[in-house]
Design a protein around this ligand. Structure first.
Ligand code: ADP
Length: 320
């Protein structure tokens, strides 16, 4: 194997740049040529790729987003699209790729391997932390810290005005960010897709707190757990004295400089992905389990769900 490609695909997450940098520099150290493919699989189809030298990835370690850009590409979901992409890889002599992205991006990599024998290793990049097979995905730690900073600010104004805030955070299938942020910010309640929330009990608890002199109530809602607008309007009707307000944090959660944790995880996974390709590995995602490097087959990633550690919710309930 002499030539590899690297791309970022699907939802961007802080740490992707650090991973690209580590892939490029490890590849060079091992005597490989490495192409950066822009706009995810779209760039593979459009032949939008260039050789990256070690200095090309200088100055990006500390930046959020992805300097190779990202995209969602419908055409790549078709065999014809992937054939076009493969022809472009073949012309350049690219025999293997590192894909940094979520489970959709890994599914694309699996197809490229199954249909065209392009070897691939995936690096989990997804702020939701919803990928099976790794303790953490790139960007999770940064997003969590962004959310906690925002919650600290919201609690200042909530307590000044004696209000209840419903704050929606990202997490379509996973309550990881919501639950961890609730614990880290001292929120009163968290609503996640993994657990059913008892609203009658929840409203009673919020009212009890309010009546006992607590001036700040914060309820964190994972986006996959239901509509924050409906929840707040229900509470407005049933308990107007809580003075319910809504904040949707939205895309601020995706941006920003990666934390040291995300940079270092990205660097280690980036390096390991290239070494794995050189060892002949393919069809695997590289992540960590119990803090140690662990490989998981794409099929296992797709067929299993990451679970929310019950200790987070139990601790929240115990110390609220
Ligand atoms: P993420 O990687 O963050 O989960 P998506 O699910 O949007 O994001 O996937 C990113 C891209 O990966 C898609 O736009 C598409 O090009 C490709 N992709 C996703 N699923 C498949 C699939 N089943 N087969 C082939 N390509 C896919």
């Amino acid at each position: 194997m002499k030539t590899i490609g690297v791309l970022t695909s699907g939802g961007d997450s802080p740490g992707m740049n650090a991973a690209i940098r580590a892939v490029v520099r490890t590849a060079h150290a091992k005597g490989l040529v490495v192409y950066g493919i822009e706009n995810g699989y779209q760039g593979m189809i459009d032949n939008n790729m260039r050789i990256l030298q070690p200095h090309d990835v200088g100055g990006i370690l500390h930046r959020g987003g992805t300097f190779l850009y990202s995209a969602r590409c419908k055409e790549f979901r078709t065999y014809e699209g992937r054939e076009k992409a493969h022809n472009n890889l073949k012309t350049r002599g690219i025999e293997a790729i590192v894909v940094i992205g979520g489970d959709g991006s890994l599914a694309g990599a699996r197809d490229l391997y199954n249909e065209f024998n392009i070897r691939c290793i995936g690096i989990p990049g997804s702020i939701d932390n919803d990928l099976y097979g790794t303790d953490m995905s790139l960007g999770v730690d940064t997003a969590l810290n962004t959310i906690v900073n925002a919650l600290d600010m919201i609690s200042d104004t909530a307590s000044s005005h004696n209000r209840t805030f419903f704050v929606e955070v990202m997490g379509r299938n996973s309550g990881y960010l919501a639950a961890q942020a609730a614990l880290a910010s001292g929120a009163e309640a968290v609503v996640v897709p993994e657990y059913k929330f008892d609203w009658d009990k929840g409203i009673k608890q919020l009212l009890d707190r309010h009546n006992n002199g607590y001036r700040c109530n914060i309820v964190i809602v994972a986006e996959g757990a239901g509509s924050v607008l409906e929840m707040a309007s229900e509470v407005k009707k049933k308990a107007p004295e809580l003075d319910a307000r809504i904040t949707i944090l939205g895309h601020v959660q995706r941006g920003g400089a990666p934390t040291a944790y995300d940079r270092n995880l990205a660097s280690i996974l980036g390096r390991t992905s290239v070494e794995a390709l050189l060892d002949g590995k393919t069809g695997l995602m590289v992540g960590t389990q119990g803090g140690k490097i662990a490989f998981t087959s794409f099929e296992d990633v797709f067929n299993n769900k990451s679970t929310l550690d019950p200790a987070i919710i139990e601790t929240l309930v115990m110390i609220k």
